[in-house]
Design a binder for this molecule. Structure first.
Ligand SMILES: C[S@@+](CC[C@H](N)C(=O)[O-])C[C@H]1O[C@@H](n2cnc3c(N)ncnc32)[C@H](O)[C@@H]1O
Length: 295
C-alpha cells in the first residue's frame, strides 16, 4: 500500500472494498479538549463519530474534518439529531464483551461495579471480582497479535506495545483508580456497550469538511486556528505524514494555539506531561496536550 495513512482506506481491516462506518461514538474524553480550549475561538477537530466536534461547537467555531466520507456524513447526521449507529469498532468491542460470562463477569457484577463512586471501593471490587485469572488470560488472547491481525490492517498494529493485554489492564486500573464509575459514561460504554451521547439536533453546529487533515491545514489561512484536536490519526500513518501534519499545524496555529493528540502507543520517554490518566475513556497510552508550536 502506498498510502501515507492507512485511515484513507476507510476500513480497519483489509483496504479492499468500500469505506465503512468505523466509529459510532468516540472513545475519547472530550472534557480534556473542553478544558484545554477554554476561552479559545476557532478549533480544528477530527470529525470521527462527531462526539468531540459537537461538544466543542457549544463554545467554539469548529471545523470538523474527516478523510472517510462515510464517517463525515454520519457525524453531520448526528449534528442534525440522528441516532447513534454501531460502527466496526463497536462491533469488535461487542464481540469481546460476548466473552464476559465465560470469564465469570456476570451482568449483575459489572453493573454493581459501575454504580460505585468511591475509587478506593472500585479498586477493591476490581481486584476481588473482576481482575481474575480468567479475565487476564482472556484479554491476553483477545489482544494478542494473532487475533488482532485477523481484524486490523498491520499499519494500525505497529504502534501497539508488546503485551498489549497487560498494558490495557494497567490503563483500566489507572482509570478505575482515578475516576468515579457512577459518573463515567465511557466506563459504561466500554463495559456495557451503552451509548455515551445524547440525541439532539444542535443549535451551534461544526462545519464538516471532507479531506485529509494535513492537506486541509496546508490550504487554510496561516494563523487561523486556536486549537487542534487530532484524535489518534498518527496511529496508522507513515512517519513522513507525521512531519507534514506537524508543519501544517504550526503554520495554521495562532500564537497561543493548543494541540491535543492521542495514541494507543506507550508514552515516549521525552513526553514531559501525559494527560492519558485524565481521559475517562481509560484506553489511551498518550494524550499529548501542548503548544501547537512545539508540535
Ligand atoms: C483516528 S480515528 C480514531 C477514532 C477515535 N479513537 C474514537 O474514539 O472515535 C478517528 C477518525 O479519524 C479519521 N482520520 C484518520 N486519519 C485522518 C486524516 N489524516 N485526516 C482526516 N481524518 C482522518 C478517520 O477516518 C476516523 O473517522
Amino acid at each position: 500500500m502506498t498510502m501515507e495513512t492507512a485511515w484513507e482506506a476507510g476500513t480497519l481491516g483489509s483496504p479492499k472494498g468500500p469505506q465503512r462506518l468505523l466509529f459510532g461514538q468516540m472513545h475519547e474524553d472530550a472534557e480534556i479538549e473542553r478544558t484545554a480550549f477554554e476561552g479559545k475561538s476557532r478549533v480544528f477537530c477530527i470529525a470521527s463519530a462527531g462526539s468531540t466536534a459537537l461538544k466543542l461547537a457549544e463554545e467554539h467555531e469548529v471545523i470538523a474534518c474527516d478523510i472517510n466520507p462515510v464517517q463525515l456524513a454520519y457525524a453531520e447526521r448526528r449534528a442534525n439529531g440522528a441516532a447513534t449507529m454501531t460502527g466496526d469498532a463497536e462491533k469488535a468491542m461487542s464481540f469481546a464483551r460476548a466473552f464476559m460470562p465465560l470469564i465469570g463477569w456476570g451482568p449483575g457484577t459489572v453493573r454493581t461495579f459501575l454504580m460505585l463512586s468511591d475509587t478506593g471501593e472500585q479498586m477493591a471490587f476490581w481486584r476481588e471480582h473482576l481482575d481474575t485469572l480468567r479475565f487476564r488470560a482472556g484479554l491476553d488472547v483477545l489482544l494478542s497479535r494473532t487475533v488482532l491481525r485477523t481484524l486490523y490492517a498491520p499499519q494500525f498494529l505497529s504502534c501497539l506495545p508488546t503485551g498489549f493485554g497487560a498494558v490495557i489492564r494497567k490503563r483500566l486500573e489507572r482509570g478505575f483508580a482515578n475516576h468515579a464509575n457512577a459518573s463515567n459514561p465511557y466506563a459504561r460504554a466500554l463495559l456495557l456497550g451503552e451509548s455515551c451521547n445524547d440525541r439532539t439536533a444542535r443549535v451551534r453546529k461544526p462545519q464538516f469538511v471532507l479531506g485529509d487533515a494535513a492537506t486541509l491545514l496546508e490550504s487554510c489561512a496561516a494563523r487561523s486556528f486556536d486549537g487542534f484536536t487530532l484524535s489518534n490519526i498518527l496511529d496508522g500513518a507513515q512517519p513522513s505524514y507525521r512531519s507534514r501534519l506537524a508543519r501544517a499545524v504550526r503554520r495554521a496555529a495562532t500564537d497561543d494555539a493548543i494541540v491535543v493528540l492521542r495514541s494507543f502507543a506507550e508514552p515516549p520517554v521525552q513526553l514531559a506531561v501525559n494527560y492519558a490518566e485524565r481521559d475517562r475513556s481509560m484506553l489511551w497510552g498518550v494524550v499529548d496536550l501542548r503548544s501547537a508550536h512545539t508540535f
